[in-house]
Design a protein around this ligand. Structure first.
Ligand SMILES: [Zn+2]
Ligand SMILES: [Zn+2]
Length: 236
């Protein structure tokens, strides 16, 4: 985009995480992002062994890292406010270096919609940018018996079949509590058009899961058979 080139000219690249010059999110910072080594529980979003008491309606939850990780958080914040293609490129490189398990067969990515007001302020929806990055970059590596690594790439369609029909206070302004946030987000979403059977909701961050659960409710009511969540980061 020409706009990006003008921006790059006016503002030479400085890493959003460490301030070093040259790249918007430098390769060192990308490497420093902590690995999320365990699966995220789709019922309660816990990691590792736990006694599950959750009832979130997800089939699977994939997160690439932790929101409390300053290196990842800086990139996510920057993406939210300046979704330049150079920053998107760095995030793409980062995703290529990370490992996720495979998506469901015939899965389709559904970006979490923004409220109209916020879309007007920003001009773009960061969840759509992330969905488009994943639509080509979801790769799974597995070790073959001869010691070589098999890389499987998935091409996933992006379907914008979810809209926000009500504007509420941002979830971050509501206390960090699932019930309070569920109440704040109630009836905010509506499914439109053809809803894929296996939905993978895409957002930048998942915290309590209240927003994604409300969105999942709308999609399940409109014909989705399963709803999973894919995010860059998990946590408060
Ligand atoms: Zn850096
Ligand atoms: Zn659990």
């Amino acid at each position: 985009m020409i706009k990006d080139r003008i921006l790059d000219f006016l503002f030479p690249a400085f890493c959003v995480a460490c301030g070093g010059s040259g790249e918007w999110w430098c390769s060192q910072c990308r490497q420093d992002v902590q690995f999320l080594n365990s699966e995220v529980c789709p019922r309660c979003l816990s990691l590792g062994q736990h006694e599950c008491q959750g009832d979130l309606p997800f089939d699977h939850v994939w997160a690439v890292g932790f929101y409390h990780d300053p290196k990842l958080r800086a990139a996510i914040t920057a993406l939210k406010f300046h979704g330049t293609s150079t920053l998107q490129n760095s995030i793409k490189l980062f995703l290529e270096s990370r490992q996720l398990s495979g998506p469901p067969a015939n899965g389709a990515l559904v970006p979490m919609p923004l409220a109209d007001k916020r879309l007007k302020e920003r001009g773009f929806n960061q969840a759509e940018l992330i969905a488009s990055l994943f639509s080509n970059e979801w790769q799974v590596k597995s070790n073959k018996s001869d010691g070589s690594v098999l890389v499987t790439r998935y091409q996933l369609p992006v379907t914008k079949c979810l809209i926000r029909v009500a504007h509420r206070d941002p979830q971050s302004s509501v206390e960090h509590d699932l019930a309070a946030r569920q109440l704040n987000i109630k009836n905010c979403f509506e499914a439109i058009g053809q809803v894929p059977k296996q939905v993978i909701l895409v957002d930048d961050v998942i915290t309590t899961g209240a927003t994604a659960a409300e969105a999942a409710g709308a999609l399940l009511a409109a014909g989705a058979e399963s709803v999973s969540v894919l995010t860059l980061a998990i946590g408060a």
